[in-house]
Design a protein around this ligand. Structure first.
Ligand SMILES: NC(=O)c1ccc[n+]([C@@H]2O[C@H](COP(=O)([O-])OP(=O)(O)OC[C@H]3O[C@@H](n4cnc5c(N)ncnc54)[C@H](O)[C@@H]3O)[C@@H](O)[C@H]2O)c1
Length: 416
């Protein structure tokens, strides 16, 4: 069977994760990597063992070379996706593109137009679609087990520590330098709703704000950096306590690919990851609600919140014959058909890997490999760009609503 070849642009947290997973798969080979931080290319090449001429000091350098792989994975930061994607497609690559496609509608459109112009395939990393949990629920809905879906309630529990790490201190803390929260974190959920229902969204509204992680809530005497001896003993977000306790796992690995105590402490003294969560320049919301009206009358209510101890997703789907309720982290859901006993579906025995978005990262790569090997399988769930953009346009519409007092947005009009 053909080995599918990959070049990876950006081997930070996501790119390195893909590189590692691909290096363990029979049908795949990573043939080139690029990152402008040598510490990142070195950490990735420690297990890939590529020759020096296949390790590039930037995506731009890699893209000066003739095409050298079937697929380029674009795993640079949100605002870089436009330039990197277009240059890669011009060079002849199909893409596996990290979500979000881009941080604004115009750039998303430019990427789609370029894909059409050069007839390139782009698979967007909506990795949750590939999880065993959501795939089982999707099959049940497609089989009509609960009848017509009339409403969905869902909550994205971002998790307090994940929220502080990524959305107060980390890459996505400020929408001016990255993306609004509903896009950065929840375009996954919007994509899931479109895919699960198989419908499109007609109207959307949203409310939400940054209420807690700001200077107003800063305890007296808290220094700018946790490493400067913070007197607040019970702060759950103390960076020194938290990141040292995470060695050698994520997110300590985000701070440094070799997360020794020394390297982590150095990062806490010199980067935003060591700063007080109440004294950052963050502007993304810490809680938000989105309401959607689908084109068949189905209504969806979605909450994203940073105020959870768990990091998980909960969903309750209400159909005309019954309802389904479950939480992704539990790897199980309950089916309640009206007038019949409840049935619990424990999916945990089916999981061989729960890491990387509940196994979604690895399963997405498996599907990509099968697609390029020409294996005959059901490709209807593959996250191709034309469908994926819809979730992004919904995120932009929701953000418009949120920043305009919760105004109801007609999605079709908005997209014009
Ligand atoms: N699918 C998901 O669920 C998911 C989860 C987290 C992040 N993401 C997305 O994945 C992307 C990467 O996120 P991350 O967490 O890996 O961030 P990261 O900052 O860890 O990685 C980005 C890497 O790109 C490198 N880079 C910057 N400019 C470059 C250039 N010109 N050429 C080559 N490399 C360059 C950086 O040095 C960095 O190592 C983002 O768009 C993010 O929003 C997706």
């Amino acid at each position: 069977m053909k080995k599918v070849t990959f070049a990876i642009l950006g081997v930070g947290n996501r790119g390195k994760n893909y590189a590692y997973r691909l290096s363990t798969k029979e049908g795949a080979e990573v043939v080139a990597i690029a990152d402008n931080r040598p510490v990142r290319t070195e950490a990735t090449n420690a297990f890939l063992h590529l020759p020096p001429e296949r390790v590039f000091s930037s995506g731009e350098e890699m893209l000066k070379q003739p095409k050298m792989a079937d697929i380029m994975i674009i795993a640079s930061q949100d605002k870089q996706h436009l330039a990197h994607s277009i240059a890669a497609m011009e060079k002849g690559y199909d893409l596996v593109l990290e979500k979000p496609i881009a941080d604004n509608m115009e750039d998303c459109r430019k990427i789609v137009e370029t894909a059409h112009k050069y007839n390139r395939r782009i698979i967007v990393c909506h990795v949750l679609r590939y999880t065993i949990f959501y795939q089982h629920i999707k099959k049940m809905l497609d089989d009509g087990v609960i009848g017509k879906v009339e409403s969905i309630e869902a909550t994205e529990q971002v998790g307090y520590h994940h929220f502080c790490h990524s959305f107060v201190r980390g890459n996505w803390h400020n929408s001016k330098t990255s993306s609004p929260m509903i896009l950065a974190k929840s375009c996954h959920d919007l994509d899931l709703f479109l895919w699960l229902t198989g419908r499109t969204c007609k109207k959307i509204t949203s409310f939400g704000s940054l209420d807690f992680f700001n200077k107003e809530h800063c305890p007296e005497g808290a220094p700018a950096r946790c490493s400067d001896g913070c007197p607040v003993e019970d702060c759950p977000a103390n960076a020194v306590k938290y990141y040292l306790s995470r060695i050698p796992q994520w997110p300590a690995t985000v701070l440094h690919p070799e997360p020794t105590e020394e390297n982590i402490m150095e990062c806490l003294r010199t980067t935003d990851y060591g700063r007080c969560i109440y004294q950052m320049d963050n502007d993304v919301v810490d809680h938000e609600v989105v309401n959607m009206l689908m084109d068949d009358g189905c209504t969806i209510s979605f909450t994203m919140t940073g105020f959870t101890s768990r990091q998980s997703r909960w969903i309750h789907i209400f159909g005309t014959k019954g309802d389904i309720v479950g939480e992704m982290k539990e790897m199980k859901f309950t089916l309640r058909l009206f007038g019949q006993p409840e049935q619990e579906f424990d999916l945990s025995p089916l999981y061989t890997d729960t890491t990387g978005h509940g196994g979604g990262d690895g399963r997405m790569l498996d599907d990509v490999i099968k697609l390029y090997q020409g294996v005959d399988f059901d490709t209807s769930s593959i996250t191709v760009i034309d469908r994926s953009t819809e979730s992004h346009y919904l995120a932009f519409a929701a953000e418009y609503s949120r920043t305009h007092g919760g105004e109801t947005v007609d999605v079709e009009e908005f997209c014009k």
